[in-house]
Ligand binder design. Structure first.
Ligand SMILES: Nc1ncnc2c1ncn2[C@@H]1O[C@H](COP(=O)(O)OP(=O)(O)OP(=O)(O)O)[C@@H](O)[C@H]1O
Ligand SMILES: [Mg+2]
Length: 392
């Protein structure tokens, strides 16, 4: 199917039947070929006459159209109905998943002003591995080795970034570093993570029914997860009051937890986290919140979608502690742009800043195995234990 998109872009229409009969037969009307095309990662329908895709990191307008707004709404209704959800005047927005795990969001008029909107983030059949991220230039082998050591040493890590910057993909790769003998509980709004570990429990939040009842939030699941004897809690995205429960969990012995958050710089990540904690409704003074953040979070991995469509880790930043009311940060890796090639691709790499990470001492003292390249970058400088009575 790799050539389907090329056909669309070349102006060759597929049959615009627009009348999906049954989702069991995987008929999604005019967008079926786009969903079947492995080179397309996202399909975005803005009303019946405009269908965009993300293809190799770039947004591209296709010539796929729906015969009418009604045909588009009918498809959206069928997708929602397939997972037991409804979309109508009373509930004009829906988040759900296709049977293959692809993430769907739909909004119908009058909320969607120019016609129904349907956004499908396709499920990665073959999820990115750490090597894929290295090959794509998202990070370097050295940076990956550092992150692997941090995950193995049970640091609490936040992956931060804008919409579609690759947070979930990076979180999935970080989770792959969790050793197999640990029990992992994952908590998500829509289950996207694909952990390869055998010992995992996957929890998915549930939206409210039409009458408003039955909602199980991420926060409920975080509280529940603490009773499940987890070695690790991986939260797909922290976007509300669950931030407080997560920080408390991290501060009370559930080290090694991982999550993502929506922010554009490591410093913004801290203010965003503060705002999310306030959304919990628990009235905490700012100072107390900062104290919790500074002691709970060890590392921020800042992700970005650059202007050429590539996804890069642009900072790996340690949280060192507090000085007065300010949380102190230290960049240990950052993205250095060196130019733009003839095809408009941004050149550069994630480079060590030259600052020796505080984390490295703990990594050595916990005897976490590290790659020779990382050991060469940050040699073990701990002083050997001297016998009692011997002067140093
Ligand atoms: N490192 C990467 N290199 C190239 N493409 C990537 C990379 N990471 C993610 N992608 C692609 O970018 C898209 C968005 O990825 P992902 O879902 O991980 O982003 P996100 O930041 O979690 O998005 P959202 O804000 O919607 O939750 C996916 O289609 C994915 O295939
Ligand atoms: Mg995500």
């Amino acid at each position: 199917m790799a050539s389907t998109l090329a056909l669309h872009l070349a102006g060759i229409e597929t049959a615009p039947d627009g009348e999906p009969e049954s989702l069991m037969s995987q008929d999604y009307g005019p967008i079926t070929p786009l969903l079947e095309d492995d080179t397309v990662s996202e399909v975005m329908v803005n009303g019946p006459n405009q269908v965009y895709v993300e293809h190799k990191g770039q947004l591209t307008l296709t010539n796929v159209t729906f015969p009418s707004e009604e045909a588009l709404i009918r498809l959206i209704r069928q997708i929602a109905a397939f997972v037991g959800r409804r979309i109508d005047d009373d509930s004009p927005m829906v988040d759900c998943r296709l049977p293959d795990g692809s993430r769907v969001n739909a909004v119908i008029p009058p909320l969607a002003v120019d016609g129904s909107s349907l956004t499908i983030r396709k499920f990665a059949k073959d999820p990115f591995t750490v090597q894929d991220l290295i090959n794509a230039g998202t990070l370097t082998a050295e940076a990956a080795a550092f992150l692997e050591a941090c995950v193995k040493a049970h640091f609490n890590v936040l992956v931060s970034g804008g919409t579609g910057s690759g947070k979930t993909t990076t979180l999935n790769v970080l989770s792959s570093f969790i050793p197999d003998n640990e029990r992992v509980v994952t908590i998500e709004d829509a289950a996207e993570l694909q952990l390869r570990q055998p010992h995992k429990v996957r929890l998915e939040a549930r939206p409210a029914r039409i009458d408003g009842s039955g909602r199980i939030s991420i926060r409920d699941l975080v509280v529940n997860a603490l009773r499940m004897r987890p070695d690790r809690i991986v939260i797909g995205e922290c976007r509300s009051g669950e931030a407080l429960d997560m920080l408390q969990a991290m501060n009370t012995g559930h080290d090694g937890s991982l999550t993502t958050i929506h922010a554009n710089t490591p410093r913004d990540t801290l203010s965003r986290l503060e705002t999310l904690v306030l959304m919990s409704g628990v009235d905490l003074p700012q100072r107390a919140i900062r104290e919790q953040i500074a002691s709970a979070i060890h590392l921020i991995v800042q992700q970005a979608r650059l202007r050429d469509g590539s996804r890069r880790i642009i900072n790996i930043t340690e949280i060192l502690g507090r000085e007065g009311d300010t949380i102190t940060l230290q960049d240990v890796f950052h993205f250095e742009e060196t130019g733009v090639d003839a095809n408009g691709k941004i050149q550069g790499r994630v480079t060590p800043t030259g600052i020796r990470p505080n984390a490295i001492t703990k990594i050595y003292s916990k005897k976490v195995p590290i790659s020779p390249a990382l050991a060469a970058l940050y040699p073990d400088r701990r002083t050997p234990d001297f016998p009692v009575g011997v002067r140093r």
